[in-house]
Design a protein around this ligand. Sequence first.
Ligand code: PLP
Length: 279
Amino acid sequence: MMPDIGFVNGQFMPLADAVVSVEDRGFQFGDGVYEVIRTYGGRPFHLNAHLARLERSAKAIDLPCPLSPAQWAERVAEGIRLAGYRECKVYLQLTRGPAPRDHIFPTAVHPTVVMTVRELHPLSDGLRSGVSAITLPDFRWGRCDIKSIGLLANVLARQRAKDAGAFEAIFIRDGEVTEGAVSNVMIVRRGVLATSPEGERILSGVTRSLVLELARKEGLAVQERPVSEAELRGADEVFLTGTTVEVLPVNRIDGIAIGSGRPGPVVTLLAARFRNLTV
Ligand code: PLP
């Protein structure tokens, strides 16, 4: 067993030995894209959807993807096998590679391909019974549909959440809820589930799609449309979706209880249905 695996440009190694150049454009400019995938039962969950999104992100920044989805899938499987953990968190990153620092793309691009495979620690039962969130103005850039490695705004937002004793920061843009710093946000009001539509303001979450599909299967009314800040605060239920948070109830926002202040029936049902997809 070789725990904590790194992969740089075709080579597997212990993560501690994995390094890239200080001239890498990922390091210099945040000029790159990424994905985070987790395993259930040792198998990567909806890997194809993540790889398709990685291709979309790369295309959106004019970065040629050096590996096909099938090649990625092979390397992800190898990384998981080498790590040997029960459950893994797999991180994939693609940057525009090393070049003398200049904003303009280098003429010869040699993308840097990085993967890390680490042990996944499941969320504690304490968190699963609901978390607190804060709201913040969405001070990110205008292309949140691209899974860019430039995460400074998300980092600052999540730190502010932590400093406030909360788990997640929910972004508000022009009076509308966009998403969380690491998750998509859904609300329930009188049995109707609403969440921001796909577009440049949010990341099209893999978990978001799965949960919307589950909700429709349960016969719930689902609305993909802008959700106002007032609707968020007045919702019966609010919850987060994401690879790392799964389906996570939000009990309080900015210190004020949402609904009963405990996980409601819709999020409880959807979390159970989601759990069934993972076994
Ligand atoms: N929104 C943001 C900003 C994210 O970083 C993430 C990542 O987990 C998500 C939403 C959820 O996406 P997914 O369900 O594909 O993990």
